[in-house]
Structure formats: structure tokens, C-alpha cells
Design a protein around this ligand. Sequence first.
Ligand SMILES: Nc1ncnc2c1ncn2[C@@H]1O[C@H](COP(=O)(O)OP(=O)(O)OP(=O)(O)O)[C@@H](O)[C@H]1O
Ligand SMILES: [Mg+2]
Length: 452
Amino acid sequence: MKKPSDTKSQREQLRNSIIGLGERSIRKSYYPELQKRIAELEKANEELLLEVTNRQRAQATQRKLEGLLQQSQKMEAIGTLAGGIAHDFNNILSAIIGYTELAKLSLLRTDFTEKAKVTNDLEQVLQAGQRAKELVKQIVSYSRQQNQPRKPIQVNTIIREALRLLHASIPKSVEIRENIADHDTLILGDPTEIHQIIMNLCTNANHAMRDKGGILAIELVPTEIHPDDEKSTTLRLTPGPYLLLKICDNGRGMEKAIQDRIFDPYFTTKESGEGTGIGLAVVHGIVKSHNGHISVYSEPGKGSSFLIYLPRIVREDVRKDEIHTIETPAGTERILVIDDEVIIADMEQRLLESLGYQVTSITSPFDALHLISAQPHRYDLVLTDMTMPRMNGAELAQKILRIRADMPVILCTGFSEMMNEKKARAIGIRDYVMKPLIRKDIAEAIRKVFDA
Ligand SMILES: Nc1ncnc2c1ncn2[C@@H]1O[C@H](COP(=O)(O)OP(=O)(O)OP(=O)(O)O)[C@@H](O)[C@H]1O
Ligand SMILES: [Mg+2]
């Protein structure tokens, strides 16, 4: 009896010989062509596969970009709204701050037993006003309408300064780990806004770790984005030198659904009184206005990392900071004040009179023009509001300058009016000040114009 293995090997032999026979007969006639065709088909197949993957990748990138675009459009729309609120709020503050300063001054002159107490109370009001001014600044830097002059700043020193403040408010259960580069951290930016980024992100991180404590890691490193770097397309960043700022915590973390909404203004998971949800919207606005990018990585229960790219400059010419004078400079020149709101015009008049100036205040830009064309040298300086019905401050300034080309004009602008040095110069005005007017700021602006 034959063993099964014998049968198997015999069968194999038979099969091979049949295949050999077939192959030989194919090779004779069609084989070369068949081989060629198979190769062609294989190549076509490979190309098709490559095309499909490329297309899928492109579609994914496009979806990502569309998402980003939608997000930034939404931010812009709400930003406009916030800008409007800021404008109104700011006018109210102008009155509060101005009148408080005046009241303080009159108290110094009169005899009043409760004087010290009242002065102290008013000081509180003034401080509240200043805080509110900061809040407006938060909203505005978010709405990106402020057009702050950008100057070269060293980000590392700003971060160290912010961390110094944070050390005091962060509990012992949170360990702060810093890794801050001490070179190549120059950007064109606004120091207070960068400060705001750090404070807002670290406050959030601290809050996320407050139950169990943890590690707050802050890192700042110079980096480069090359043209072939994927980041230049996915993050929409122009290739070049950047600063990478990382703020990481190992706190509560966030689910995807929350992560998707954290940059929305007024989105918060905190109890009322604990957060308004403006912090990250502000950070987002600031980063965007610095032409940077922010992203977040987070896992529930594990922690969160915020990554920020800011374009870096390589020039080393940091302008020396202006030295602030301590005294409020005064004067006796004649000033014409124009503001369409009676209480503001009146308040500004009294503010400037308290500095020694001779002041006339009116509410109509048309009346102002009449006064000046009748006697072009009756006033030494004009201080005008920007937003007025029928004729705004810039138009008024231009008309005044046509009557008297060397008339110094200072414009008071709110947050919503885009004003910068270039624009001001184009109109021909000497300087502009931001509302709400602070006595010292306006005093300095006026003195600067007169002494120039
Ligand atoms: N590091 C973090 N860890 C966990 N959750 C975070 C972190 N940072 C932000 N969040 C979540 O994002 C939400 C929005 O943050 P955002 O800073 O904008 O507002 P807020 O902190 O709630 O209020 P505000 O900053 O105005 O005081 C927070 O309520 C929180 O749910
Ligand atoms: Mg916050």
C-alpha cells in the first residue's frame, strides 16, 4: 500500500510539470507582452493609490482650514459687538474717573473733618475705575480694534515679571516649573497683552489643579518654521523665526466637546463669580493680532497644554522704554475743548483748569470752527473728541488746520476708533489720547505738544 506522502509528492510533480508546460507554451508566444502589461497595470495601480491618499490628505487639510476660518469669522463678528460695548462703557468711565479726580482736588482745598475718609473712599472709586479700564482693555484686545503700537519687546522678561506676580497667588500645592529662553525672544508686540496671555493661561491652569495640586510648566523657546514644515500650512503660519510658548498643567483636563468651545467668548464651565469665559477669547484675539497661532491638547483627568507660536524678530534694537515722569506737568496756555457730550466737555474743562490752563469748552464742532476762523490765535491748542455726529474730530482737525496750519490739535479717541501714529500724522494732528482721560496722561500729552 502506498504511503500518503508518496501520493502527495507524485501529485506535486504532476502539477509542476503541467505548469511548466503551460508556462513554456505561454512564454513562446505571449509571455513578454503579458509581463509588460502586468507591469503597466501594477504601476497604474500604484499611481492610483498614491492619488487617492494625496486627495484624502488634501481633503482633510481643507476641512481643517475651513473649520479654522469659520472659527475666526465667528470670533470677528462677536469681536465687533464687544468693541461696541467697550465704547459705551468707556464713556461712562470717563465721567467716573474725571469727576472723582476733581472731587479729590476740591477736597484738598476745603476744610472738612471727614476729609481723610472721603479722600480714601474716592481713592477706592478711582481704583475701581482703573480696574474697569483694564476690563475694557481685556474686551478690546480681544476685539482687536485697539491698534496698539507694536514695539520690539523681550518676551522672556515679560514672562518672568508675570511669573513673579503669579508666585504670590498660586498655592504651595502647585509646583511651578520654568524653562524660559534667555536669548532670541524678541517680538514686535504689546507688553501688556503678552502679560495678559500668561496671566490668563496660568490662572486657568491653576484653577484646573486646585483640587489636587500639580505641576504648572511654562516653557519659552525660540524656533523656526521652514517652508516645507507641515505647520506652515496646518497652522497657517508664514515660514520664519518664531517663539514657542507652552503652558502645561496636569490638572482636570477637558473633553473634546469642551475643547471645541473654550475660545468662544463667554464660554465657561465655572460657577458664576468664578469666571466669565472671556480669558481664552482674549488670549486668542491677542495671539491672532500678533499673527501667531494657539492650539490646545488636553485629556480629561490628565491635564492640558496650550501651545502658542508668535513671530519673532531678529533685530536687536530694543528701544529704551520711555521714562515716566512722576509729577503731573501743568501750564497756563489757552485751550479749546470740543466734545459733543456736555458732561464730558465740562469735565475735561475742569480737569485742564485744575492744571492751570485757561479753558473754553463747547459741544459743537461747527461753533469751534466759527471761533477759530474769527480769531485764529485766540487758542494755543485744541483738544477734540473723535466721535461726534455730523463732523468727527478728524474732519474738524483738518478744517482747523486749513484755517491755521500750525494749530496744535490733540484728538481724544475711544477704543473703537482705529487710530495710530501714522493715521494721526496723515490728518496733521500732533497727538492723540485714549479715553477715558486720566489727568496725568492728558497733562503729559499737552505738555509734550507745547514743549515740542
Ligand atoms: N488649563 C485648563 N484645564 C482645564 N480646563 C480649562 C483650562 N483652561 C480653560 N479651561 C476651560 O475653558 C473654559 C474657558 O476658559 P476661559 O479662560 O476663557 O474662561 P474662564 O476661565 O471660565 O473665565 P475667565 O477667564 O473669564 O475668568 C473654562 O471655564 C474651563 O472649562
Ligand atoms: Mg480663564
